[in-house]
Design a binder for this molecule. Structure first.
Ligand code: SAM
Length: 293
């Protein structure tokens, strides 16, 4: 078997039960304190991810803790935060609908606590890059700390930058990700950074923001403009009581996407009298009365 061995300084996901679980770093000679005893990292280092360990002192405590490899969703839920961070469900949609993959080059604003930045960095590795900007010193500090902990320093650059007003020069960018209060105000500028066929993605808590972003994408000539809201229900599975769990996240945000393209005048249909052409809410060409659309 080809198990992955836990090395010194690796992050581990320690699980006691459904509610008690921690993301921590395995440091030789140190212990992790819980109300049910101490986890000695020397018991963990050198063992495979997926092992279990017992709390010390073994004869008084001796509780079993499971040790898993943390996934991006664990980093997001358990990492330090100074701002509202993105939910894993929304991050998943962003990755799939904007084709973020190894090698992608991404511009992001704002980085906030760096939760989404860590996910983007993980998915563009090993040869892509994330250029992430924010205007708040607190966010920049927290995001830098989280990026360093996730060992993504080579893949992610965190810098001060106002994506709306500063001239941050980039070209050949695959995806621009905007998680900030006024994404629509940045669309004209970030359009210049994007490759043809590349995407702008914006995440906004309110529908008013999603509408403004949609109209701005339309005005700037984007195609395939779509907004989604994703609801995720966890199931309670029991022998005779299987149903959705009582509590769920009712709302996190709306995610709006748009694709950059090169518009050309059609030389073949030019002789046909021009009908007025309008664009639908999704950015597709429509003919007829603008007021009907
Ligand atoms: C909701 S937080 C982003 C959370 C982040 N996606 C995460 O997962 O942790 C919004 C961030 O946008 C930043 N921001 C606001 N306006 C900005 C601008 N014009 N340029 C860059 N960042 C901006 C704020 O300072 C704040 O840190």
């Amino acid at each position: 078997m080809n198990e992955e061995i836990i090395k010194e300084n690796d992050f581990i996901f320690l699980i006691l039960d459904e509610r008690r679980r921690w993301l921590t770093q395995a440091i030789s000679g140190k212990t992790f304190h819980t109300h049910l005893g101490l986890i000695d990292f020397d018991d963990v280092i050198g063992k495979p991810f997926g092992t279990s360990v017992f709390s010390k002192p073994y004869d008084e405590q001796g509780y079993k803790f499971y040790v898993l490899k943390p996934y991006p969703s664990d980093f997001v839920r358990y990492m330090g935060r100074k701002t509202q961070i993105i939910y894993p469900k929304d991050a998943g949609l962003i990755l799939m609908y904007s084709n973020i993959r190894p090698g992608s080059r991404i511009v992001e604003a704002g980085c906030g606590s760096g939760a989404l930045t860590c996910i983007l960095g993980t998915y563009v590795s090993p040869n892509g890059h994330v250029y992430s900007y924010d205007v708040r010193e607190k966010s920049l500090k927290q995001a830098t700390k989280n990026i360093q902990s996730a060992k993504l320093d080579d893949i992610v650059s965190i810098s001060y930058g106002d994506i709306i007003n500063d001239d941050i020069s980039h070209e050949n960018i695959d995806v621009v990700v905007l998680d900030m209060p006024t994404p629509w105000a940045a669309i004209k500028k970030v359009n210049k950074y994007l490759k043809l066929s590349g995407s702008v993605v914006s995440f906004s808590p309110t529908i008013e923001q999603a509408k403004k972003s949609t109209f701005s994408l339309q005005e700037n000539g984007f195609l395939e403009i779509n907004t989604f809201e994703l609801l995720l229900r966890k199931m309670q599975i029991k022998k005779n009581a299987t149903r959705p769990e009582t509590r769920m996240v009712g709302h996190s945000g709306y995610i709006t996407f748009g694709r950059k393209f090169l518009d050309k005048k059609n030389p073949y249909r030019g002789r046909i009298p021009e009908e007025p052409e309008y664009v639908s809410f999704e950015g597709m060409p429509l003919r007829g009365n603008k007021d009907e659309n």
